[in-house]
Design a binder for this molecule. Structure first.
Ligand code: PLP
Length: 406
């Protein structure tokens, strides 16, 4: 018999979103009235997109599929991705500052975050913002880089609190030396977006302390404030200390299509001076056979002017939802942040347990949210509201939130 992988045994509880889905199912089973339209459960919980892919980008996908059925248009494996897509991403999102071989096309940011763990292995020190997107911690634990569970966190992972007290930006002095630091902006779950000054300080700290930043920019297209950086590579020096992951999921509605990218600059080196880029190419070539050709055709359409306009329109739509949720919460006197340059609103319920508030909102409003404690210890007493939803559902949910009054 094969013993269970101890890394799997080290993972705490269920992954957050299956646990939420389970509690929703149990509530629905115990409350058959939720089958009635006006009592139905509405989800402002997970970050899954809900709106159809817009026409120009969708035509790109359809055309990609059509071409596969022709002798001239057929293509097989595409390794690190279509050259035109790699060049296009560099041109559109990075002002052309990367060569095609620094941009790796993936099947999504989450998948690449998982694969990136292989670059550093189990001996590496990991640091995360607390709260953070669960994959950074759970992916590290899966590869054996988590260490043992202490009761509040994993011993080999440094949790840097991002709270109302520090305006959701970590104290960089507490970053350990020589670690891999997962940093997400616009942030999931807090909705906070790091300023240019904050990112400059982060890059300076990373260079001084021998840190590699894994910068997760999955929500960059939600940034509307022109002063806020959309990529870590707007900051001088970042090429020597950062890898960026990004995706078409949230800006173009590709959550089910699956297409993303990772930028690994040639300047990025390990402690021994070896470049990281060829190792990433090696890992991708070994355990990943490239993103779908159809998805990549859709990605190319998304980079055209009509596609970029559709990305803007789609993000504006969800930002409109975010404004509604935010103002409904503020009307109730519930303090919250985010939702202006990100699709998440982070609401504070001082002194309360996140799962208890989750249950109260589910029972009183039949609205599913995400308990902040699921994103790390500093998420306790917070609830994340997601702006991904149909407008009518969001309006209905906002109305129902009034039941939390009193
Ligand atoms: N990064 C963050 C911060 C996310 O919130 C998500 C999805 O919710 C992802 C990455 C995953 O993106 P993808 O669909 O490209 O795997």
């Amino acid at each position: 018999m094969i013993p269970r992988n101890p890394c799997l045994a080290a993972l705490r509880a269920g992954y957050l979103f299956p646990e939420i889905a389970k509690r929703r199912r149990e509530y629905a089973a115990a409350h058959p009235e939720t089958a009635e339209p006006d009592r139905r459960i509405i989800s402002l919980g997970v970050g899954n997109t809900t709106e159809p892919i817009l026409p120009h980008i969708n035509r790109g996908l359809a055309e990609g599929a059509r071409r596969l059925g022709t002798p001239e248009g057929y293509s097989g494996y595409s390794d690190e991705g279509f050259l035109s897509l790699r060049e296009g991403i560099s041109r559109v999102f990075y002002r052309g500052q990367f060569a095609a071989d620094e941009v790796f096309i993936s099947d999504g940011a989450k998948c690449d975050i998982g694969r990136l763990q292989l670059l550093f292995g189990k001996g590496v020190r990991v640091a995360v913002q607390d709260p953070s997107y669960p994959v950074y911690v759970d992916g590290s634990v899966l590869i054996g880089a988590g260490g043992t569970w202490s009761g509040t966190g994993y011993e080999s992972i440094s949790y840097l609190p991002c709270t109302a007290e520090n305006n959701y930006f970590p104290d960089l002095a507490s970053l350990p030396e020589n670690c891999v630091f997962y940093f997400c902006s616009p942030n999931n779950p807090t909705g906070a977006v790091a300023t240019r000054e904050q990112l400059s300080a982060l890059v300076a700290a990373a260079i001084a302390k021998g840190i590699i930043i894994i910068f997760d920019a999955a929500y960059a297209e939600y940034i509307r404030d022109p002063l806020l950086p959309k990529t870590i590579f707007e900051i001088g020096g970042a090429k020597t200390c950062a890898i960026e992951v990004n995706s078409f999921s949230k800006p173009a509605g590709f959550t089910g299509v699956r297409l993303g990218w990772t930028v690994v600059p040639r300047e990025l080196k390990y402690a021994g001076g070896e470049p990281v880029n060829p190792d990433w190419a090696r890992i991708c070539g070994t355990i990943f056979n490239g993103a779908s050709n159809i998805a990549q055709a859709g990605g190319l359409a998304a980079l055209e002017p009509e596609g970029l306009k559709e990305i803007r329109d789609l993000c504006d739509f969800y930002l409109g939802n975010a404004r509604l949720i935010r103002s409904a919460l503020l009307d109730l006197g519930i303090p919250c942040v985010g939702g202006d340059n990100s699709p998440y609103i982070w609401a504070r319920f001082p002194g309360r347990d996140s799962w208890e508030v989750f249950t109260e909102i589910l029972e009183k409003c039949q609205v599913v949210t995400t308990p902040g404690s699921g994103f790390g210890p500093a998420g306790q007493s917070f609830i994340r509201f997601s702006a991904f939803g149909h407008r009518s559902d969001v309006e209905e949910a906002c109305g129902r939130l009034g039941r939390l009054r009193g």
